[in-house]
Design a protein around this ligand. Structure first.
Ligand SMILES: Cc1cc2nc3c(=O)[nH]c(=O)nc-3n(C[C@H](O)[C@H](O)[C@H](O)COP(=O)(O)OP(=O)(O)OC[C@H]3O[C@@H](n4cnc5c(N)ncnc54)[C@H](O)[C@@H]3O)c2cc1C
Length: 392
Protein backbone atom coordinates (compact mmCIF):
# COMPACT_ATOMS: atom_id res chain seq x y z
CA UNK A 1 0.00 0.00 0.00
CA UNK A 2 1.62 3.33 -1.02
CA UNK A 3 2.13 5.47 2.07
CA UNK A 4 2.75 9.18 1.44
CA UNK A 5 3.51 12.02 3.80
CA UNK A 6 1.55 14.22 1.39
CA UNK A 7 -1.15 12.89 -0.90
CA UNK A 8 -2.70 15.18 -3.51
CA UNK A 9 -5.93 14.24 -5.28
CA UNK A 10 -6.29 15.91 -8.70
CA UNK A 11 -3.50 16.35 -11.20
CA UNK A 12 -4.12 19.96 -12.26
CA UNK A 13 -2.37 23.29 -11.78
CA UNK A 14 -3.30 23.49 -8.11
CA UNK A 15 -1.82 20.04 -7.47
CA UNK A 16 1.42 21.03 -9.18
CA UNK A 17 1.70 24.33 -7.29
CA UNK A 18 1.12 22.51 -4.01
CA UNK A 19 3.74 19.84 -4.73
CA UNK A 20 6.39 22.51 -5.45
CA UNK A 21 5.50 24.36 -2.22
CA UNK A 22 5.61 21.20 -0.11
CA UNK A 23 9.08 20.53 -1.47
CA UNK A 24 10.20 24.06 -0.49
CA UNK A 25 9.43 23.42 3.16
CA UNK A 26 9.96 19.67 3.41
CA UNK A 27 12.82 18.35 1.28
CA UNK A 28 12.33 14.75 2.40
CA UNK A 29 8.59 13.99 2.83
CA UNK A 30 7.11 11.73 0.15
CA UNK A 31 4.49 13.23 -2.21
CA UNK A 32 1.92 11.27 -4.20
CA UNK A 33 -0.40 12.81 -6.80
CA UNK A 34 -3.44 10.90 -8.07
CA UNK A 35 -5.00 12.41 -11.18
CA UNK A 36 -7.91 11.16 -13.27
CA UNK A 37 -6.43 12.46 -16.54
CA UNK A 38 -3.83 10.38 -18.36
CA UNK A 39 -1.38 13.27 -18.34
CA UNK A 40 0.92 14.91 -15.82
CA UNK A 41 -0.13 18.42 -14.68
CA UNK A 42 -0.25 21.07 -17.43
CA UNK A 43 -1.39 24.67 -17.89
CA UNK A 44 -5.01 24.87 -19.03
CA UNK A 45 -5.23 28.51 -20.27
CA UNK A 46 -3.25 27.81 -23.49
CA UNK A 47 -5.89 25.24 -24.53
CA UNK A 48 -8.18 28.08 -25.62
CA UNK A 49 -5.49 30.60 -26.54
CA UNK A 50 -1.80 30.07 -27.32
CA UNK A 51 -2.11 26.53 -28.76
CA UNK A 52 -4.50 27.85 -31.42
CA UNK A 53 -2.01 30.57 -32.31
CA UNK A 54 0.85 28.20 -32.98
CA UNK A 55 2.43 27.62 -29.58
CA UNK A 56 3.69 24.03 -29.44
CA UNK A 57 1.95 21.60 -27.08
CA UNK A 58 5.14 20.78 -25.21
CA UNK A 59 5.09 24.32 -23.71
CA UNK A 60 2.11 23.51 -21.50
CA UNK A 61 3.67 20.89 -19.20
CA UNK A 62 4.35 21.87 -15.61
CA UNK A 63 7.61 20.75 -14.06
CA UNK A 64 5.99 18.49 -11.46
CA UNK A 65 8.64 15.78 -11.81
CA UNK A 66 11.19 18.18 -10.27
CA UNK A 67 9.40 17.83 -6.94
CA UNK A 68 10.02 14.09 -6.84
CA UNK A 69 6.27 13.47 -6.50
CA UNK A 70 5.04 10.06 -7.61
CA UNK A 71 2.33 10.56 -10.23
CA UNK A 72 -0.56 8.09 -10.41
CA UNK A 73 -2.12 9.14 -13.72
CA UNK A 74 -5.44 7.92 -15.09
CA UNK A 75 -6.74 6.99 -11.64
CA UNK A 76 -9.73 8.48 -9.88
CA UNK A 77 -10.02 8.53 -6.12
CA UNK A 78 -13.42 7.13 -5.20
CA UNK A 79 -13.38 7.29 -1.40
CA UNK A 80 -11.52 8.82 1.49
CA UNK A 81 -11.40 7.41 4.98
CA UNK A 82 -10.46 10.46 7.02
CA UNK A 83 -10.09 8.52 10.28
CA UNK A 84 -7.79 5.90 8.76
CA UNK A 85 -5.98 8.60 6.72
CA UNK A 86 -6.42 6.63 3.50
CA UNK A 87 -7.84 7.04 0.01
CA UNK A 88 -9.01 4.37 -2.45
CA UNK A 89 -8.95 4.70 -6.23
CA UNK A 90 -11.13 3.29 -9.01
CA UNK A 91 -8.88 0.23 -9.39
CA UNK A 92 -9.19 -0.63 -5.72
CA UNK A 93 -5.70 0.58 -4.76
CA UNK A 94 -5.47 2.20 -1.33
CA UNK A 95 -3.04 5.00 -0.42
CA UNK A 96 -2.19 6.14 3.05
CA UNK A 97 -1.39 9.77 3.89
CA UNK A 98 -0.44 12.04 6.75
CA UNK A 99 -1.75 15.15 5.00
CA UNK A 100 -4.18 15.19 2.09
CA UNK A 101 -4.94 17.94 -0.41
CA UNK A 102 -8.16 17.91 -2.43
CA UNK A 103 -7.42 19.73 -5.67
CA UNK A 104 -10.21 18.16 -7.68
CA UNK A 105 -11.24 21.31 -9.60
CA UNK A 106 -14.54 21.31 -11.44
CA UNK A 107 -16.58 19.31 -13.93
CA UNK A 108 -18.32 20.94 -16.90
CA UNK A 109 -22.11 21.12 -16.81
CA UNK A 110 -23.50 18.50 -19.17
CA UNK A 111 -26.12 18.71 -21.93
CA UNK A 112 -29.01 16.23 -22.07
CA UNK A 113 -27.70 14.25 -25.08
CA UNK A 114 -24.99 11.60 -25.09
CA UNK A 115 -22.93 11.93 -28.25
CA UNK A 116 -19.25 12.41 -28.98
CA UNK A 117 -20.22 15.36 -31.20
CA UNK A 118 -20.53 17.45 -28.02
CA UNK A 119 -17.28 18.68 -26.53
CA UNK A 120 -17.17 19.89 -22.94
CA UNK A 121 -14.02 21.89 -23.24
CA UNK A 122 -11.80 21.45 -20.19
CA UNK A 123 -8.87 19.11 -20.80
CA UNK A 124 -5.93 18.56 -23.12
CA UNK A 125 -7.81 15.60 -24.63
CA UNK A 126 -10.78 17.90 -25.33
CA UNK A 127 -8.40 20.34 -27.04
CA UNK A 128 -6.87 17.58 -29.17
CA UNK A 129 -10.32 16.35 -30.24
CA UNK A 130 -11.56 19.82 -31.13
CA UNK A 131 -8.33 20.68 -32.90
CA UNK A 132 -8.65 17.55 -35.06
CA UNK A 133 -12.29 18.42 -35.84
CA UNK A 134 -11.32 22.01 -36.67
CA UNK A 135 -9.25 20.65 -39.57
CA UNK A 136 -12.54 19.79 -41.29
CA UNK A 137 -15.01 22.15 -42.91
CA UNK A 138 -17.90 21.35 -40.58
CA UNK A 139 -20.28 23.57 -38.63
CA UNK A 140 -19.49 24.44 -35.01
CA UNK A 141 -22.08 25.65 -32.52
CA UNK A 142 -20.71 27.17 -29.33
CA UNK A 143 -23.13 27.24 -26.41
CA UNK A 144 -22.66 30.04 -23.91
CA UNK A 145 -21.14 33.51 -24.05
CA UNK A 146 -18.97 33.23 -20.95
CA UNK A 147 -15.28 32.73 -20.54
CA UNK A 148 -14.80 29.39 -22.34
CA UNK A 149 -17.49 29.94 -25.01
CA UNK A 150 -16.14 33.32 -26.12
CA UNK A 151 -12.52 32.10 -26.23
CA UNK A 152 -13.33 28.89 -28.12
CA UNK A 153 -15.53 30.71 -30.64
CA UNK A 154 -12.64 33.10 -31.33
CA UNK A 155 -10.14 30.24 -31.58
CA UNK A 156 -12.28 28.29 -34.06
CA UNK A 157 -13.03 31.39 -36.12
CA UNK A 158 -9.30 32.17 -36.30
CA UNK A 159 -8.94 28.77 -38.02
CA UNK A 160 -11.46 30.02 -40.59
CA UNK A 161 -14.26 27.77 -39.32
CA UNK A 162 -18.01 28.29 -39.56
CA UNK A 163 -19.00 29.19 -35.98
CA UNK A 164 -22.38 30.03 -34.47
CA UNK A 165 -22.57 31.26 -30.89
CA UNK A 166 -25.79 30.68 -28.99
CA UNK A 167 -25.95 33.01 -26.02
CA UNK A 168 -28.99 33.28 -23.73
CA UNK A 169 -28.00 36.81 -22.63
CA UNK A 170 -28.04 39.96 -24.76
CA UNK A 171 -24.24 40.36 -24.76
CA UNK A 172 -20.96 38.47 -24.73
CA UNK A 173 -19.61 38.08 -21.19
CA UNK A 174 -22.85 39.69 -19.98
CA UNK A 175 -22.40 38.48 -16.42
CA UNK A 176 -19.08 40.27 -16.12
CA UNK A 177 -19.00 43.22 -18.51
CA UNK A 178 -21.17 46.36 -18.39
CA UNK A 179 -23.98 46.06 -20.94
CA UNK A 180 -22.47 48.52 -23.46
CA UNK A 181 -19.18 46.60 -23.54
CA UNK A 182 -21.02 43.25 -23.79
CA UNK A 183 -23.06 44.66 -26.71
CA UNK A 184 -19.89 45.98 -28.40
CA UNK A 185 -18.44 42.48 -28.23
CA UNK A 186 -21.45 41.03 -30.05
CA UNK A 187 -20.80 43.43 -32.91
CA UNK A 188 -17.05 42.78 -32.74
CA UNK A 189 -17.58 38.99 -32.99
CA UNK A 190 -20.01 39.49 -35.90
CA UNK A 191 -17.41 41.55 -37.75
CA UNK A 192 -14.95 38.70 -37.17
CA UNK A 193 -17.41 36.42 -38.97
CA UNK A 194 -19.01 34.58 -36.05
CA UNK A 195 -22.78 34.10 -36.37
CA UNK A 196 -24.14 35.56 -33.14
CA UNK A 197 -27.54 34.39 -31.90
CA UNK A 198 -28.16 36.50 -28.86
CA UNK A 199 -30.98 36.00 -26.39
CA UNK A 200 -31.24 32.39 -27.56
CA UNK A 201 -30.62 29.60 -25.11
CA UNK A 202 -30.96 25.89 -25.66
CA UNK A 203 -34.44 24.40 -25.24
CA UNK A 204 -33.67 20.96 -26.67
CA UNK A 205 -31.00 18.95 -28.42
CA UNK A 206 -31.20 15.94 -30.71
CA UNK A 207 -29.03 13.94 -33.07
CA UNK A 208 -30.31 14.02 -36.66
CA UNK A 209 -28.66 12.63 -39.81
CA UNK A 210 -25.13 12.79 -38.41
CA UNK A 211 -25.54 16.29 -36.99
CA UNK A 212 -26.66 17.85 -33.71
CA UNK A 213 -29.79 19.95 -33.89
CA UNK A 214 -30.19 22.52 -31.15
CA UNK A 215 -33.73 23.77 -30.60
CA UNK A 216 -33.44 27.27 -29.21
CA UNK A 217 -35.62 29.12 -26.72
CA UNK A 218 -37.09 31.17 -29.59
CA UNK A 219 -38.31 28.00 -31.33
CA UNK A 220 -35.60 28.12 -34.01
CA UNK A 221 -33.17 25.30 -34.87
CA UNK A 222 -29.39 25.45 -35.24
CA UNK A 223 -27.69 22.50 -36.91
CA UNK A 224 -24.02 21.76 -36.37
CA UNK A 225 -21.71 18.79 -36.67
CA UNK A 226 -19.85 19.81 -33.50
CA UNK A 227 -21.29 21.45 -30.39
CA UNK A 228 -18.89 23.00 -27.90
CA UNK A 229 -20.55 23.45 -24.53
CA UNK A 230 -19.25 26.33 -22.43
CA UNK A 231 -21.86 26.14 -19.71
CA UNK A 232 -19.62 26.57 -16.69
CA UNK A 233 -18.40 24.03 -14.19
CA UNK A 234 -19.62 22.51 -10.97
CA UNK A 235 -17.01 22.10 -8.22
CA UNK A 236 -16.00 18.44 -7.83
CA UNK A 237 -17.01 18.03 -4.21
CA UNK A 238 -18.18 14.39 -4.22
CA UNK A 239 -15.14 13.09 -2.35
CA UNK A 240 -15.37 15.82 0.26
CA UNK A 241 -19.07 15.08 0.77
CA UNK A 242 -18.41 11.37 1.06
CA UNK A 243 -15.66 12.08 3.63
CA UNK A 244 -18.05 14.23 5.66
CA UNK A 245 -16.15 17.50 5.11
CA UNK A 246 -17.89 20.88 5.11
CA UNK A 247 -19.18 21.75 1.62
CA UNK A 248 -21.00 24.91 0.56
CA UNK A 249 -20.46 26.01 -3.04
CA UNK A 250 -17.14 24.15 -2.96
CA UNK A 251 -15.12 22.64 -0.15
CA UNK A 252 -15.13 25.10 2.73
CA UNK A 253 -11.62 25.93 3.98
CA UNK A 254 -10.16 28.21 6.66
CA UNK A 255 -7.47 30.81 5.99
CA UNK A 256 -4.79 28.09 6.10
CA UNK A 257 -6.67 26.14 3.38
CA UNK A 258 -7.71 23.45 5.88
CA UNK A 259 -11.08 21.76 5.56
CA UNK A 260 -13.17 20.75 8.55
CA UNK A 261 -10.64 17.90 9.04
CA UNK A 262 -7.30 19.32 10.21
CA UNK A 263 -5.15 16.97 8.06
CA UNK A 264 -7.18 17.52 4.90
CA UNK A 265 -6.71 20.65 2.81
CA UNK A 266 -8.45 21.93 -0.32
CA UNK A 267 -7.40 24.54 -2.88
CA UNK A 268 -8.02 25.81 -6.40
CA UNK A 269 -11.31 25.77 -8.33
CA UNK A 270 -12.91 23.43 -5.80
CA UNK A 271 -12.21 25.48 -2.65
CA UNK A 272 -14.43 28.03 -0.96
CA UNK A 273 -12.38 30.52 1.07
CA UNK A 274 -12.83 33.82 2.88
CA UNK A 275 -11.23 36.90 1.34
CA UNK A 276 -10.55 39.73 3.80
CA UNK A 277 -10.31 42.53 1.18
CA UNK A 278 -13.83 41.79 -0.08
CA UNK A 279 -15.11 40.64 3.32
CA UNK A 280 -16.84 37.68 1.73
CA UNK A 281 -16.33 34.02 0.85
CA UNK A 282 -15.28 33.20 -2.69
CA UNK A 283 -14.77 30.24 -4.98
CA UNK A 284 -12.55 31.27 -7.87
CA UNK A 285 -12.15 29.33 -11.12
CA UNK A 286 -8.99 30.98 -12.39
CA UNK A 287 -5.30 30.35 -12.87
CA UNK A 288 -3.86 32.86 -10.37
CA UNK A 289 -6.02 31.34 -7.63
CA UNK A 290 -4.99 27.79 -8.60
CA UNK A 291 -1.30 28.70 -8.51
CA UNK A 292 -1.32 30.91 -5.43
CA UNK A 293 -3.78 28.97 -3.30
CA UNK A 294 -2.20 25.66 -4.31
CA UNK A 295 1.13 27.06 -3.19
CA UNK A 296 -0.22 28.31 0.15
CA UNK A 297 -1.92 24.95 0.81
CA UNK A 298 1.35 23.15 0.04
CA UNK A 299 3.35 25.40 2.37
CA UNK A 300 0.86 24.84 5.17
CA UNK A 301 0.72 21.09 4.67
CA UNK A 302 4.50 21.17 5.03
CA UNK A 303 4.24 22.89 8.42
CA UNK A 304 3.98 26.63 7.75
CA UNK A 305 1.01 28.73 8.87
CA UNK A 306 0.62 31.11 5.91
CA UNK A 307 -2.85 32.64 5.61
CA UNK A 308 -4.38 32.77 2.14
CA UNK A 309 -5.44 36.41 1.86
CA UNK A 310 -4.66 36.84 -1.81
CA UNK A 311 -7.22 38.49 -4.06
CA UNK A 312 -6.82 36.55 -7.33
CA UNK A 313 -6.91 38.11 -10.76
CA UNK A 314 -7.91 36.50 -14.05
CA UNK A 315 -7.39 37.24 -17.70
CA UNK A 316 -8.75 36.36 -21.09
CA UNK A 317 -8.12 37.01 -24.78
CA UNK A 318 -10.87 37.63 -27.34
CA UNK A 319 -9.33 37.85 -30.83
CA UNK A 320 -7.00 40.88 -30.52
CA UNK A 321 -8.65 42.16 -27.34
CA UNK A 322 -7.44 41.14 -23.92
CA UNK A 323 -8.05 41.99 -20.31
CA UNK A 324 -7.16 41.33 -16.70
CA UNK A 325 -9.70 41.57 -13.91
CA UNK A 326 -9.48 41.61 -10.11
CA UNK A 327 -12.07 41.22 -7.38
CA UNK A 328 -15.79 41.07 -7.80
CA UNK A 329 -16.45 41.89 -11.44
CA UNK A 330 -20.18 41.33 -11.50
CA UNK A 331 -22.19 43.21 -14.12
CA UNK A 332 -25.04 43.64 -11.59
CA UNK A 333 -22.91 46.07 -9.55
CA UNK A 334 -22.69 49.78 -10.30
CA UNK A 335 -20.00 50.23 -12.95
CA UNK A 336 -17.93 53.29 -13.79
CA UNK A 337 -15.99 53.10 -17.05
CA UNK A 338 -13.11 55.30 -18.09
CA UNK A 339 -12.15 54.66 -21.71
CA UNK A 340 -8.98 55.89 -23.32
CA UNK A 341 -10.45 54.54 -26.55
CA UNK A 342 -14.07 53.29 -26.28
CA UNK A 343 -14.16 49.51 -25.74
CA UNK A 344 -10.56 49.15 -26.96
CA UNK A 345 -8.59 50.42 -23.97
CA UNK A 346 -9.73 51.53 -20.57
CA UNK A 347 -10.69 50.66 -17.01
CA UNK A 348 -14.05 49.69 -15.52
CA UNK A 349 -14.63 50.00 -11.76
CA UNK A 350 -17.30 47.92 -10.03
CA UNK A 351 -18.78 49.66 -6.99
CA UNK A 352 -21.00 48.62 -4.13
CA UNK A 353 -22.01 50.93 -1.27
CA UNK A 354 -19.24 53.38 -2.20
CA UNK A 355 -16.45 50.78 -2.22
CA UNK A 356 -14.56 49.49 -5.22
CA UNK A 357 -15.29 45.73 -5.33
CA UNK A 358 -13.65 44.89 -8.62
CA UNK A 359 -11.66 46.36 -11.50
CA UNK A 360 -11.61 45.35 -15.17
CA UNK A 361 -8.41 46.34 -16.95
CA UNK A 362 -9.33 46.30 -20.63
CA UNK A 363 -6.20 46.17 -22.79
CA UNK A 364 -4.58 47.92 -19.84
CA UNK A 365 -1.58 46.07 -18.47
CA UNK A 366 0.61 46.04 -15.37
CA UNK A 367 -2.11 47.47 -13.11
CA UNK A 368 -3.31 44.44 -11.18
CA UNK A 369 -1.56 45.35 -7.91
CA UNK A 370 -2.78 48.96 -8.12
CA UNK A 371 -6.30 47.63 -8.64
CA UNK A 372 -5.93 45.38 -5.58
CA UNK A 373 -4.78 48.36 -3.51
CA UNK A 374 -7.82 50.36 -4.63
CA UNK A 375 -10.16 47.50 -3.68
CA UNK A 376 -8.55 47.44 -0.21
CA UNK A 377 -9.23 51.18 0.31
CA UNK A 378 -12.30 51.84 2.47
CA UNK A 379 -13.63 54.72 0.33
CA UNK A 380 -16.33 55.90 0.00
CA UNK A 381 -15.80 56.51 -3.72
CA UNK A 382 -17.95 58.24 -6.28
CA UNK A 383 -17.50 58.07 -10.03
CA UNK A 384 -15.72 61.45 -9.88
CA UNK A 385 -13.16 60.19 -7.32
CA UNK A 386 -12.18 57.32 -9.61
CA UNK A 387 -11.35 59.51 -12.57
CA UNK A 388 -7.69 58.96 -13.47
CA UNK A 389 -7.03 56.53 -10.58
CA UNK A 390 -5.83 53.83 -13.00
CA UNK A 391 -3.61 53.23 -14.89
CA UNK A 392 -0.93 54.57 -12.57
C1 LIG B 1 -9.79 25.76 -21.39
C2 LIG B 1 -9.54 26.62 -20.18
C3 LIG B 1 -8.96 27.87 -20.32
C4 LIG B 1 -8.71 28.65 -19.19
N1 LIG B 1 -8.18 29.89 -19.35
C5 LIG B 1 -7.97 30.66 -18.28
C6 LIG B 1 -7.43 31.97 -18.43
O1 LIG B 1 -7.20 32.44 -19.53
N2 LIG B 1 -7.21 32.70 -17.32
C7 LIG B 1 -7.47 32.22 -16.07
O2 LIG B 1 -7.23 32.94 -15.10
N3 LIG B 1 -7.98 30.99 -15.88
C8 LIG B 1 -8.24 30.20 -16.96
N4 LIG B 1 -8.78 28.96 -16.81
C9 LIG B 1 -9.07 28.47 -15.46
C10 LIG B 1 -7.90 27.71 -14.86
O3 LIG B 1 -7.32 26.88 -15.81
C11 LIG B 1 -8.41 26.91 -13.65
O4 LIG B 1 -8.75 27.84 -12.65
C12 LIG B 1 -7.40 25.91 -13.14
O5 LIG B 1 -7.12 24.95 -14.12
C13 LIG B 1 -7.91 25.22 -11.87
O6 LIG B 1 -6.98 24.28 -11.47
P1 LIG B 1 -7.35 23.13 -10.45
O7 LIG B 1 -6.13 22.27 -10.39
O8 LIG B 1 -7.89 23.71 -9.21
O9 LIG B 1 -8.57 22.31 -11.11
P2 LIG B 1 -8.66 21.53 -12.49
O10 LIG B 1 -7.91 22.23 -13.54
O11 LIG B 1 -10.10 21.23 -12.71
O12 LIG B 1 -7.89 20.16 -12.19
C14 LIG B 1 -8.43 19.19 -11.33
C15 LIG B 1 -7.93 17.84 -11.77
O13 LIG B 1 -8.36 16.90 -10.80
C16 LIG B 1 -8.80 15.72 -11.46
N5 LIG B 1 -9.74 15.03 -10.55
C17 LIG B 1 -10.97 15.45 -10.17
N6 LIG B 1 -11.51 14.56 -9.30
C18 LIG B 1 -10.59 13.59 -9.14
C19 LIG B 1 -10.55 12.39 -8.37
N7 LIG B 1 -11.58 12.03 -7.59
N8 LIG B 1 -9.46 11.61 -8.44
C20 LIG B 1 -8.40 11.97 -9.22
N9 LIG B 1 -8.38 13.10 -9.97
C21 LIG B 1 -9.46 13.87 -9.92
C22 LIG B 1 -9.44 16.25 -12.73
O14 LIG B 1 -9.51 15.23 -13.70
C23 LIG B 1 -8.47 17.37 -13.11
O15 LIG B 1 -7.43 16.90 -13.90
C24 LIG B 1 -9.06 28.16 -17.92
C25 LIG B 1 -9.66 26.92 -17.78
C26 LIG B 1 -9.91 26.14 -18.89
C27 LIG B 1 -10.56 24.79 -18.74
Amino acid sequence: MPDYTYLIVGGGMTADAAAHAVREVDPAGSIGIIGAERHPPYDRPPLTKALWKGEPEDKIWRKTAETGAVLHEGRRVMAIDSRAHSATDDRGATYRFKKLLLATGGTPRQLPLKTDQIIYFRTLDDYRRLRALAAHDVRFAVMGGGFIGSEIAAALRMQGRNVTMLVPEAGVGARVFPSDLAAFLVDYYRKKGVTMRMGEGMAGLEARAGSCVVRTTTGAEVTAEVVVAGLGILPSVELAEQAGLGVDNGIVVDELCRTSHLDIYAAGDVANFANPALGTRLRVEHEDNANTMGRVAGLNMGGRATPYHHLPFFYSDLFELGYEAVGDVDARLETVAEWKEPFREGVVYYLKAGRVRGVLLWNTWGQVDHARALIAEPGPFTAKDLKGRLPR
